[in-house]
Design a protein around this ligand. Structure first.
Ligand code: 0GY
Length: 295
């Protein structure tokens, strides 16, 4: 990477996140976060749509401890393409306290999938955001989804405007599904709004669709304290308590103009999951079932 490119590298995370007031339950999992680089060791993809500054495992685990989480699920970020080495390196450094979701070339061999499993991967991600990836071949995605190691799932990232056209594809996936950030509904419409209703209908179409009730900073244009997000998402947590996950989204890819305070994000959790029981499911039981099932 040239010196000129380096000048374009972006920082999307808060330099000094606050300490949350909310005390997370014992064993809480940050079920959606990423690592970037370090670039000198793990170069970004030639097709990356953004080139971030380094945000590696040391910083991720320091944030985990600062916020009070015990574990991380590290989702392969699009800037690393299908080269999962940075994520695998972070998992290897976590002493068993991290698992991963990989992005793979659909032609990946079964033995390579098994190697990813050995490295702590428990799912693969299908990203449909045109601003992040050049293509998303549904037929090839279905083929690779049919030969994943036992216990794996697929994570799907799409926006609300393509939910209708995603339905058949989602219906044909032969393993459990996790949908990132609820398929990005417009939360300003409220809990009974068109997009949240459509998303609930999708959840009702299969009993093994889970979702991350994450990213108020991406979904609520009104900003902190994210009242639209809370109003729209709390009923979802109450109605689907066994199918929701939560994550910081650190280091917040592409959020350089906002740089969310991770402590403030954690303080939203008790407004989404208002009882100890709901909090335990959201932060411990549900992610443990998906990512540390052998425990
Ligand atoms: C997210 C969201 C984004 C980016 C990525 O892989 C990625 O680059 O997921 C985004 O820009 O909306 O969930 O991290």
């Amino acid at each position: 990477m040239s010196v000129e490119m380096k000048a374009d590298r972006i920082t999307s995370w808060h330099a000094n996140p606050s300490k949350p007031e909310f005390q997370l339950p014992e064993g809480a999992v940050d079920a959606h976060c990423h690592v970037f680089g370090p670039m000198a060791q793990f170069p970004f993809s030639p097709t990356a749509k953004y080139i971030p500054e380094d945000a590696g495992p040391d910083e991720l685990f320091a944030l985990r401890d600062h916020l009070g989480f015990s574990r991380n699920v590290i989702v392969q970020a699009s800037c690393h393409g299908t080269d999962n080495r940075a994520m695998l390196d972070a998992i290897a450094k976590s002493d068993g306290m991290a698992r991963g979701v990989a992005v793979v070339d659909p032609d990946i061999s079964d033995s390579e999938l098994r190697q990813l499993h050995e490295g702590g991967v428990r799912g693969i991600r299908f990203n449909f955001l045109k601003r992040l990836v050049d293509n998303a071949p549904k037929d090839k995605f279905l083929e690779v989804a049919s030969r994943l190691p036992r216990g794996w799932h697929v994570v799907i990232y799409f926006e609300a405007d393509i939910l209708e056209e995603m339905k058949d594809f989602i219906g044909n996936i032969p393993v459990p599904i996790v949908i990132d950030h609820m398929g990005r509904p417009d939360v300003s419409q409220g809990p009974g709004g068109k997009e949240m209703k459509a998303f609930r209908k999708l959840l009702d179409s299969r009993s093994d669709i889970w979702t991350k009730v994450s990213c108020p900073d991406r979904l609520d244009a009104a900003g902190p304290p994210y009242l639209n997000f809370v109003a729209s998402v709390r009923p979802l947590v109450e109605d689907y308590p066994e199918r929701v996950l939560w994550g910081t989204d650190w280091p917040h890819p592409n959020m350089q103009s906002v740089r969310p305070d991770d402590g403030a994000l954690v303080d939203i959790i008790p407004q989404l999951a208002v009882t100890n029981e709901l909090q335990r499911r959201l932060l411990v039981d549900n992610p443990m079932a998906l990512y540390w099932d052998e425990h």
